[in-house]
Design a protein around this ligand. Sequence first.
Ligand SMILES: Cc1ncc(COP(=O)(O)O)c(C=O)c1O
Ligand SMILES: [Zn+2]
Length: 445
Amino acid sequence: MSSTKYSLECRSCNHNIGDMGAWFESNQQCPECGNKWVDVNYTADMAGVKKLIEIKDHEAKSVFNYFDFLPIDSKENIVTNGEGVIPVERWSFLEDFAKKYYNLDLKVNVYRNDLNPGTGTFKDVAASVAASGLKEHGIKQYCVASTGNIASAFSHYLAEAGINLAVFVPENALKANVAEVSAHGQKIFRVKGDYAMAKKVAAEYAAKNGILMSGGNTDPLRVEAKKTMVFEWLRQCGELPNVYIQALSGGTGPIAIDKAVRDLEGIYNLKNPRYIMVQPSGCDPMTQGWEKSKANGFPEGWLQDYPILENPVTEVPTLATGNPATYPIIAKIVKDSDGDIITFDEAKVKDISRIVAFEKGSKIGPASSTALGGFFESLKNNILRDGESVLINIGEGMNRAPELVEQMIYTSQLVSSVEECEVPNREDYREVVWDKIVSEVTVNA
Ligand SMILES: Cc1ncc(COP(=O)(O)O)c(C=O)c1O
Ligand SMILES: [Zn+2]
């Protein structure tokens, strides 16, 4: 029996595809035109979301607070660890920095996805909703290609749902991701080559074995899950930020936020935040495409003009999408929002992580440092405007990269007697941890 709760509509030809079951049957593409990007529409009045957004903190238990607007029919199929209800936190030290060095009055919040209880990344909501949707349709075998964090999150939640998973990652994926998949008893194939190669082998594996493969950045289960970020910001803050900063790989984040803003049209008076998307210097094809088109005044056909980087070498493997097939979607959303796509010099990942650990005690991972690095980069390049409220997506914690944990060591001293042990003053280290970022201000301001 098909769902009476929701249906999928093709974004290209508007064909009504039916529910997730019909979607899986048509090989996750529009049966009319073959397009893989759909919108999920709900039969319930979207205005009902208001009641859910007004719920108190102690009543909001997980992303399934928004069950009425997720493509799952029965609550019995929910697979959750309480993900998605994570704090929006004001980080005033970033506001102080913007004021002191750039004379800008900004409001700066961060979205603490590192506190998600599943795997501590912003992939947990996507994986919990996906696991629930797959369970609902009786799927027992699934596969996914990933740069790392989707691999971890899907392994975790699908194991909980009793679903077998085959994960395909590029050979240089972070060891912590490989370990996490393995720990759940899910199969991990490390594919010789880059993420594009891992995707290719995964697609062939899916076809060969008749196994369903995760639909990537436009997968409706992932997009619908992540759209709840917007509901949460409204619930916690009562408004949307003017600027949204996120590390960019394939871009599920902006696709999902844009969907939520469209869903809430006429219910709330909202507009898309200005998207500032940040790529690491070792893998920044979207920035390269964007910069070129920007310099040429966004000429006809610009959305199709982007480079493909083969075997990108980056310190942030999580963001290593060298062939950014979603560029036409992402770049349009960014352009329409008056935003930007920028690059962060990944050699400074450790500097950013040290600053945050020093100022806030929070230990953030490489992809999070890339996003936050984008904030400093935006200040340097006059991208942020006086009075704006900025939200930075902290997408993962430092447990993601034990290599980065080791780089937090700067106060350690080997001694052989007490004579060598001076009484410390923690304040002395502030200048040390900020040195790199502050030195760039004086050079560029
Ligand atoms: C921590 C973190 N930040 C950012 C991203 C980029 O996500 P997307 O570009 O799909 O929105 C990822 C995805 O791999 C991630 O794990
Ligand atoms: Zn279609």
